[in-house]
Design a protein around this ligand. Sequence first.
Ligand code: HEC
Length: 227
Amino acid sequence: MRIVSISAALLTLVALGACEAPRSGAGEGAATAAGASDASASMRPTFADYDAGAVPGGPGAGRAYGLGASATSAHIARIDLDVGDTGAELPAGRGSVSDGNALYKAQCAMCHGQRGEGMLPAYPALIGRDPAGEDFKFATDPKIVPTIGNYWPYATTIFDYIKRAMPLTAPGSLTDDQVYALTAYLLAANDVIPDTTTLDAAGLRAVRMPYADRFIPDARQVPAPVK
Ligand code: HEC
């Protein structure tokens, strides 16, 4: 019974569709019971209508769909912060080991430990040159804890990481001077630079990490896709 009444309803719809103004157009012959809903679909604006500015309340001609906004160069500059291994992108500014020490105690120690020992496994150790950890024996001794001093490949990317990601609860909140100071403090605490250092872009680019030669650029080519 139910099936019968549905078919009856469909027939009614087809009949209504047929009574409407004749629908022109080849290729629409296949439309049957869907004819009625096609008719209302044709009333709906298309993307082209929006593009042409023909939709009341739409964004206007040439304004696409009104979504988003063009990125200005000021906006791009705010998020274009990455600093790579050469440090070419390092900003102006400077910071001392002692300023970094104070900042570290205030903003970093609660997670990374007073002496940078970390709270493993969640919060990584940042400081430590345990003699057992020297000589990059990570592959043979899983107990060695990687730190900036015994593992990190480039001094410039310490700046990059801190500037973009730390402190964990407020990334991006540190000024460039503060990031230089924190980088200087962490490098000094790991015995990479003297405690009296003030770092700027040129100074940071000149710092060579103890195990830089244990990292090699990955020159492998991306394999061709399998077809
Ligand atoms: C709320 C906790 C928290 C605070 C505060 C915090 N960090 Fe972190 N930090 C983390 C966590 C968690 C990670 C690991 C993130 C990951 O591996 O994805 C991390 C990673 C790091 C690393 C990378 C370590 C590595 O070997 O990979 C550095 C460097 C670092 N933090 C520096 C800082 C500095 C400098 C500050 C202070 C300005 C700071 N952090 C404040 C939680 C914190």
